[in-house]
Design a protein around this ligand. Structure first.
Ligand code: ATP
Ligand code: DP6
Length: 404
């Protein structure tokens, strides 16, 4: 443990959410600035279920190098260009404040000690980098008392991990690809707050909590360089879908939202398969989840559920609260006690439910078996708010890291 500081220790702590895209970011037009080839749109998920908690602290007494401890383990941030880029941009903004007001403490000159905790597996396709970099940027911005809006801070978070720029806001968030070569207009913006469509629910089927094979950054470079389908997706398909899904969100039109979400996930994974060598993120369990959603929608006679998959096999199934029994109730009946996680604030409408919302004989029998043996855990959640400032610091007043 680091020794206690004698000089003042300045601290700020924030939580930040995970977001799951319904129009996927996949491909960079500039790898240094981390600029995307297409716009993307996501739903911010409630921090009652998944969240990062990060404390940023600064003190003149800290050893010279900035440090980051993640889930109790020191991270090598000096060799993480992305983290260094975020910290250097934030420091410049603080320095400008200090230059304009001599009474401010010179925090920009102090080393940083950052301590963070994810309450879910890191690097397992659960968007830890999104919540992690959003929390890091928000915590340091709070520590430095920066006046910049979440939209302006998204330019910095984007350099940590592209998808992180969308976790600085709650609700329904777009990341506009932008046109400027310097990336100054490649920013996230709120399309609608969570309160506009609070009934949106997300059921995460955790298929594998292992570290994934091909990291997103590497996978998308391969796709950009080798897939013939990719250019059509980025230039034609996604711009049309962005307009259509924003209209669906504005109108709270779930069937439209759902179809675009499922089609965009499928197109993204098609470009992965079209890469050379091909990249497979979905597996047999993922495909069973796709089939399940289509079977449920067919049996109900309207679109009540939508699947989407990131760079890994986990399924995220979106539905509206009023259809909880039909969607989550059916999944609960299939998985029974073979999957953990049937709990938490979003579980209430299902707690007393003992029969599936959709009769299981309407679902392909192979799908039932594959899901039962392949899904280890579920996370029941819904649309939620952006980062929240909190007082439960992970660094003591004397500057010592608190490892839970
Ligand atoms: N709380 C955190 N604070 C700072 N950095 C974090 C935090 N959590 C995760 N990261 C960074 O994100 C990396 C994991 O990102 P990666 O893209 O591999 O996985 P993921 O985000 O969980 O999956 P995906 O992006 O496919 O959904 C970690 O190795 C770490 O560098
Ligand atoms: C499939 C995705 O989840 C890809 C996320 O990629 P990252 O944001 O992790 O990539 P980097 O910018 O290289 O860090 C789709 C999405 O979230 O939009």
């Amino acid at each position: 443990m680091a020794s206690a500081a004698q000089s003042p220790v300045y601290r700020a702590t924030t939580t930040a959410p995970v977001n799951i895209a319904v129009i996927k970011y996949w491909g960079k037009r500039d790898t240094t600035l981390n600029l995307p080839t297409n716009s993307s749109l996501s739903v911010t998920l409630s921090q009652k279920s998944l969240r990062t908690l990060t404390t940023a602290s600064a003190s003149a007494d800290y050893p010279a190098e900035d440090t980051l401890t993640l889930n109790g383990k020191p991270q090598d941030i000096q060799s993480s260009k992305r983290t260094l880029a975020c910290l250097s941009s934030l420091r410049s903004l603080r320095k400008a404040l200090e230059d304009a007001d001599a009474s401010l403490p010179k925090l920009s000159a102090f080393p940083l000690r950052i301590v963070s905790e994810n309450n879910f597996p890191t690097a397992a396709g659960l968007a830890s980098s999104a919540a992690g970099f959003a929390a890091l940027v928000r915590a340091v911005a709070n520590l430095y008392q920066l006046p910049q809006s979440p939209r302006e801070l998204s330019r910095i978070a984007r350099q940590g991990s592209g998808s992180a720029c969308r976790s600085l806001m709650g609700g329904y968030v777009a990341w506009r690809t932008g046109e400027q070569v310097d990336g100054s207009d490649s920013l996230a913006e709120e399309v609608a707050p969570a309160s506009h469509w609070p009934e949106m629910r997300a059921l995460v089927l955790v298929v594998s909590a292992e570290k994934k094979d091909v990291p997103s950054t590497e996978g998308m470079q391969t796709t950009v360089a080798t897939s013939d389908l990719f250019a059509t997706r980025a230039q034609t398909v996604v711009p049309e879908r962005m307009d259509a899904i924003e209209a669906a969100i504005r109108d709270r039109d779930f069937p439209k939202f759902a179809e675009i979400t499922m089609r965009d996930s499928n197109t993204f994974h098609a470009t992965c398969l079209d890469s050379w060598p091909p990249i497979f993120y979905m597996n047999d369990v993922s495909r069973a989840a796709v089939r399940l959603v289509h079977d449920i929608n067919r049996a109900v006679g309207r679109t009540v559920a939508a699947y989407t998959f990131d760079a890994g096999p986990n399924a995220v199934i979106y539905y509206e609260e009023k259809d909880s029994e039909l969607v989550a109730g059916t999944v609960k009946a299939i998985l029974g006690s073979s999957a953990s996680g049937w709990e938490g604030p979003f579980y209430e409408p299902l707690a007393q439910l003992n029969t599936p919302g959709v009769a299981l004989d309407k679902i392909d029998t192979r799908v039932l078996d594959v899901l039962k043996s392949g899904v280890s855990r579920v996370i029941l959640t819904g649309v939620g708010e952006g980062p929240v400032t909190v007082e439960d610091h992970l660094v003591t007043e004397k500057g010592e890291a608190i490892i839970n």
